[in-house]
Design a protein around this ligand. Structure first.
Ligand SMILES: Nc1ncnc2c1ncn2[C@@H]1O[C@H](COP(=O)(O)OP(=O)(O)OP(=O)(O)O)[C@@H](O)[C@H]1O
Ligand SMILES: [Mg+2]
Length: 245
């Protein structure tokens, strides 16, 4: 079983879009995939039009949760919304607080890939996700702060690793919101390639309107617009993910 946290210190870089569409891409390839929404924004639940009774909050507190089947081979755990933010404060005073997710899921079986969709903050829930995960994907959008964003995120992972004594690896930096018509996108991608030659993924996710529209129809890109550039790019990412596994 591969356990992945999708995380960046910066907001709006395509984390949730990647969790949904990589998740569905893998499910369509026959993998059994669980997406855990680790963000109080509940964007995964909203995108799949699911509101679960027992959420990540119940899992972290009582070890009990609703795993909702959203597509064939694709399952999700709802974040619990604002309750998740409150739970953080309760957990903050408890021992082994950074290992709650790892402990809650230690008997999880029958699943090939777990994807944790993280929020763009450094909080206890994300520290739990990094500690639980064995690999991280860092989506970085093509703007001039990209390199700094990637470095900051890698530094956070290193710090969590040394604090919790875990060995979470960077599976890859994923370039997102790439616009081939602009010089900025080309330059930013070049800079990332130069500074992170081994970790930058070959797949680049281009700006694509269908990707933006799909969640408002409660569809993944493969359902909403299977011939779009967005579907092509997320299929490429699915293939690269399987190749690097
Ligand atoms: N390649 C793309 N082309 C166009 N729009 C995109 C693309 N990827 C994501 N979007 C849109 O950009 C917005 C932000 O994307 P997303 O929610 O995936 O980012 P995020 O990193 O999860 O944000 P947050 O940090 O708030 O959780 C969403 O409206 C999404 O539909
Ligand atoms: Mg998100």
């Amino acid at each position: 079983m591969r356990k992945i946290a999708i995380i960046t210190s910066k907001g709006g870089t395509g984390k949730t879009t990647t969790a949904i569409n990589l998740g569905h891409g893998l499910a369509l390839c026959g993998k059994r995939v669980l997406i855990i929404d680790c963000d109080a924004q509940r964007n995964i639940g909203i995108a799949f039009d699911v509101k679960a009774e027992k959420t990540l909050c119940d899992l972290l507190q009582y070890g009990d949760v609703d795993v909702v089947e959203v597509r064939k081979n694709l399952y999700m755990i709802d974040s619990g919304g604002r309750d998740l933010a409150e739970l953080e404060m309760i957990l903050a005073g408890q021992s082994k607080r950074e290992r709650r997710l790892e402990r809650a899921l230690e008997n999880l079986s029958g699943c090939d890939v777990v994807l944790c969709d993280c929020s763009p903050t450094i909080n206890l829930i994300n520290i739990n996700a990094i500690t639980y995960a064995e690999e991280v994907i860092i989506p970085i959008s093509m703007d001039y702060l990209a390199q700094a964003g990637a470095r900051q995120t890698i530094q956070i992972i290193d710090e969590v690793n040394s604090y919790t004594n875990s060995g979470t690896q960077v599976m890859g930096i994923l370039g997102t919101f790439y616009d081939g018509r602009t010089r900025l996108s080309k330059e930013v991608l070049e800079t990332l390639r130069k500074h992170f030659p081994d970790t930058l993924l070959d797949t680049v996710i281009r700006i694509n309107t269908s990707l933006r529209e799909a969640p408002s129809f409660n569809r993944t890109i493969f359902e909403h617009s299977p011939m779009s550039r967005g579907a092509f790019d997320y299929y490429q990412l699915t293939e690269e993910f399987l190749r690097r596994g």
